[in-house]
Write a protein that binds this ligand. Structure first.
Ligand SMILES: [Zn+2]
Length: 269
């Protein structure tokens, strides 16, 4: 028996002490995770001064898909009222290659900032897209450690809803993304994966390290942009939690839910 484990029934208990160390950043932005900002500013300019090749309105409480060519820019706009969105990415030419939120989180941080990249799963591990503009960048990291556009992972789903409430339901980002990829792209539920949580304000409590969210600070007219680093299939859910001002498990009024607008820009050939 180890010396400091408390002994039999706690008799002889001694507090165990551990040596203190400063945190070391595990993955301190390898070269391929750091983009040439001028190059991406140029890509952004070329695409925005080119033409809009696709416009998609994702109705509230539902999801839609679209495709992009490498180099295209996608702008996602909070077009009517505060609203969060969940995004999935696949390599258009091989949908086994898809977004890997966990590794993206390790390579960058829990919440993506402009010039961070979105990485694909193993064994591929390639940049799929690069974040190039955020109208909400000034939000930063708030006093509770909350920030926007997380890659903490997962998405709202009806299985967890049942775990929390005991009730059956169909009405989540997971079910919306599933419906969209089946109907529009012939994929399966299993192809839906952990998301990029755009416009959502989230973090972990300092005392218990539990996942928290706050109402989205996004307002009508806010938008983000990313440039595709490969040919992409993209899916976006306008979350049925709307602006996330209502606790999970409670009824979400329709007036806190809004659509999201998607535009794909391509540089002049
Ligand atoms: Zn959701």
């Amino acid at each position: 028996m180890a010396e400091n484990n408390g002994g039999w029934c706690g008799r002889g208990f001694k507090h165990r002490t551990f040596p203190k160390h400063s945190p070391l950043i595990c993955y301190n932005k390898p070269a391929s995770a750091q983009v040439d900002k001028t190059l991406y500013d140029d890509k952004r300019f070329e695409a925005l001064t080119g033409e809009i090749v696709e416009t998609v309105v994702v109705p509230k409480r539902s999801a839609r898909t679209w495709t992009m060519q490498a180099g295209d820019l996608c702008r996602i706009t909070v077009s009517e009222g505060s609203q969060v969105g969940d995004v999935n990415f696949w390599n258009l030419d091989n949908t086994k290659e898809r977004f890997y939120s966990g590794k993206t989180r390790q390579l960058h941080s829990t919440h993506l900032k402009v010039y961070d990249r979105l990485w694909s799963n193993l064994p591929y591990l390639r940049p799929m897209a690069t974040f190039v503009y955020d109208s909400l960048a000034a939000y930063g990291i708030d006093e509770d450690g909350g920030s926007l556009h997380d890659v903490i992972g997962t998405r709202c789903d009806d299985y967890t809803y049942k775990l929390i409430t005991g009730n059956d339901r169909v009405g989540s980002c997971h079910s919306s993304l599933t419906k969209a990829v089946i109907e529009e792209r012939g994929l399966k539920e299993e192809d839906v994966h952990d998301v990029w949580n755009i416009f959502m304000c989230t973090g972990f409590t300092r005392d218990t390290q539990q996942y928290f969210c706050k109402p989205s600070p996004a307002r009508k007219g806010d938008y983000i942009e990313f440039v595709a680093d490969m040919n992409l299939l993209v899916a976006l859910s306008a979350c049925p939690q709307g602006d996330v001002s209502i606790t999970v498990g409670e009824e979400v009024p329709d007036d806190v839910c809004h659509p999201l607008k998607v535009e794909v820009f391509r540089k002049k050939q």
